[in-house]
Design a protein around this ligand. Structure first.
Ligand SMILES: C[S@@+](CC[C@H](N)C(=O)[O-])C[C@H]1O[C@@H](n2cnc3c(N)ncnc32)[C@H](O)[C@@H]1O
Length: 242
């Protein structure tokens, strides 16, 4: 899935000049992040960066982190390429591709330090809710791509979607919520996420914004693993019926 659209002259120039250095080809093969970024560094995967305002801000703030970013909308890709040129950002690579295909075909387990999903399309109408990105099967696959301790950060300004996100993320066994129950399971906005123009406008109108930050659980230790170890050969295993 690619969404074309009208690009500005400046975006088209950025495609020509910066594109070859930053745009990655989609392939049905695992991505070697060290080769892709030319260095071994923690990598954050971003889904749906829109016009790239938050992406460029965060990448400038964290030059020691790699940002692997997916967006299907051509003018959005052009806009981020333009920001990369203007700010001389060296730590962003872009895939103009459906992020779901990238997760399934190009990302390996235990690879990512973080995942950002900021303001995914809310699909307001009930009959369209099934098109939302945050659904249990995708989150289950995405969680495996995080390293233990890596974080999945979602944000939305649509309360029903925030509630769905909280239910889906809390139900994923590989993830644990970094927020306390005090704020109903929602996190304080991490300092690195900027208030974008769009978000500021909403806040001025009195709309809410919800951040969710979940962490990939550490692998089970020998002790916790032995608690679920199979029973010795010959002895009946528990049926779970007591
Ligand atoms: C509502 S916009 C939010 C953009 C940006 N994150 C922000 O905070 O302003 C959602 C973006 O996600 C992109 N998108 C939706 N589904 C996607 C997918 N499966 N893979 C990559 N991008 C996707 C859309 O093209 C759109 O630009």
């Amino acid at each position: 899935m690619r969404r074309t659209g009208r690009t500005t002259v400046a975006q088209a120039k950025a495609f020509e000049e910066v594109g070859p250095k930053v745009l990655l080809d989609y392939r049905c093969a695992a991505l070697d992040l060290t080769v892709t970024f030319g260095r071994d560094a923690p990598t954050v995967f971003e889904i749906g960066f829109g016009m790239g305002e938050a992406t460029a801000h965060i990448a400038a703030l964290m030059p020691e982190t790699n940002f692997l970013c997916c967006e299907v909308h051509t003018p959005g890709v052009g806009a981020l390429l333009k920001r990369i040129a203007e700010q001389d950002l060296r730590n962003i690579r872009i895939l103009q591709q459906d992020a779901v295909e990238v997760i399934d075909q190009m990302l390996l387990p235990d690879q990512l330090a973080g995942i950002h999903i900021f303001f995914p399309d809310p699909w307001h109408k009930k009959k369209h809710n099934k098109r939302r990105l945050i659904q249990p099967p995708l989150i289950a696959r995405l969680a495996t791509r995080l390293k233990p301790g890596g974080t999945l950060h979602c944000a939305t300004d649509w309360q029903p979607y925030a509630e769905q996100m909280l239910v889906v993320l809390a139900a994923e066994p590989l993830l644990s919520n970094t927020a306390t129950a005090q704020r109903g399971g929602y996190a304080d906005k991490p300092a690195y996420r900027p208030l974008t123009k769009f978000e500021n406008r909403g806040l001025k109108l009195g709309h809410g914004v919800w951040d969710l930050v979940f962490e990939r659980r550490p692998p089970p230790t020998a002790t916790s693993a032995s608690a679920v170890a199979p029973s010795p050969a010959g002895s009946p295993s528990g049926s779970g019926l007591g």
